[in-house]
Design a protein around this ligand. Structure first.
Ligand code: R5P
Length: 291
């Protein structure tokens, strides 16, 4: 078996290679002057199982993924497992208004064309797995994030909205502390309103946990609320750290003490790897591979 790490998931691929004790596939790749992508496989993979690891974000990385799949398929791989640590476009998982594209479905269908199986991490909504036309599985980074937060002596976990409540509950139970959640109303793509609520967070080291930090608006509002209520420190933790539109500055100016993210998107805040949860799911779904 080989592991092919794409340009958007090098860290996850290296960790997976180590954890599964399987080699990384050698490749050469470049961009043409017009920015089109080129990839060539350098190892013979005829009859081999191949794990392709690539985050599908931003747009360019989706094209890279499709070309990697094409190359691996044409080179005669036996089984292709596509690991998508962050599945971009997953938030457009339905038609919110008539005339829209169901973006998550469009991307999933294209990935499915040259895949036997797909694994992704903390999709925004689980039902997007049904958009793939091959078996698709998700795994959760909450366990790995909670392990990191426990080492930081976090003693209160907060979900910034009801959608993240189960995640906060699970993290709190793994850490062994209390949790709560806030009521959030999204006004538009960059503005959210948090309904004030008394939290039992005074004097506590709090972690706010969510699946995605995009513009940081949701987290910034929650940090302000917690600081107002006397939290001693506030860390933010997420699986997918997009950090767009000045998110870092927004979080720091709201009083954030630490920003923690996984490596589904590699940034300066990727302090936790999702390789373990992916490896566990892969081993469960491909029992013929020995750990
Ligand atoms: C939305 O439901 C997600 O779980 C996140 O809360 C959201 O994507 C965060 O976006 P932002 O960082 O732009 O507030």
């Amino acid at each position: 078996m080989y592991i092919l790490g794409g340009t958007s998931a090098k860290n996850v691929a290296e960790h997976l290679s180590h954890r599964l004790q399987q080699p990384l596939l050698h490749t050469t790749y470049k961009r043409f002057p017009d920015d089109e992508f080129y990839i060539r496989l350098l190892d013979d993979i005829t009859g081999q199982d191949v794990l392709i690891v690539q985050t599908a974000y931003p747009d360019q990385k989706i094209i890279e993924l499709l070309l990697m799949q094409e190359a691996v398929h044409d080179a005669g791989a036996k089984k292709i497992t596509v690991i998508v640590p962050y599945f971009g476009y997953s938030r457009q998982d339905k038609k919110f208004e008539e005339g829209e594209a169901i973006s998550a479905r469009a991307i999933a269908q294209h990935i499915s064309l040259r895949a036997d199986c797909v694994i992704t991490v903390d999709p925004h909504k689980e039902h997007i797995l049904k958009f793939f036309t091959v078996p698709a599985y998700s795994c959760s980074a909450v366990g790995s994030l909670a392990k990191h937060l426990r080492e930081k002596h976090i003693d209160f976990v907060l979900a910034p909205d009801k959608g993240a409540k189960e995640r906060a509950k699970e993290a709190a139970s793994l850490i062994g502390c209390q949790y709560d959640y806030l009521e959030k109303t999204r006004i538009d793509g960059t503005t959210v309103k948090i309904t004030p609520k008394t939290l039992n967070a005074s004097g506590k080291h709090v972690a706010i946990i969510d699946d995605i930090i995009s513009t940081g608006g949701t987290m910034a509002q929650s940090i302000r609320e917690l600081k107002k209520q006397g939290a001693k420190s506030v860390a933010v933790a997420c699986t997918h750290g997009l950090f767009v539109g000045g998110a870092k500055e927004k979080l720091l100016s709201a009083g954030c003490d630490e920003i923690i993210s996984t490596d589904t998107i590699e940034t300066e805040f990727s302090k936790v790897t999702v390789a373990d949860c992916i490896a566990d799911t892969f081993l469960k779904t491909a029992p013929y591979i020995k750990n």
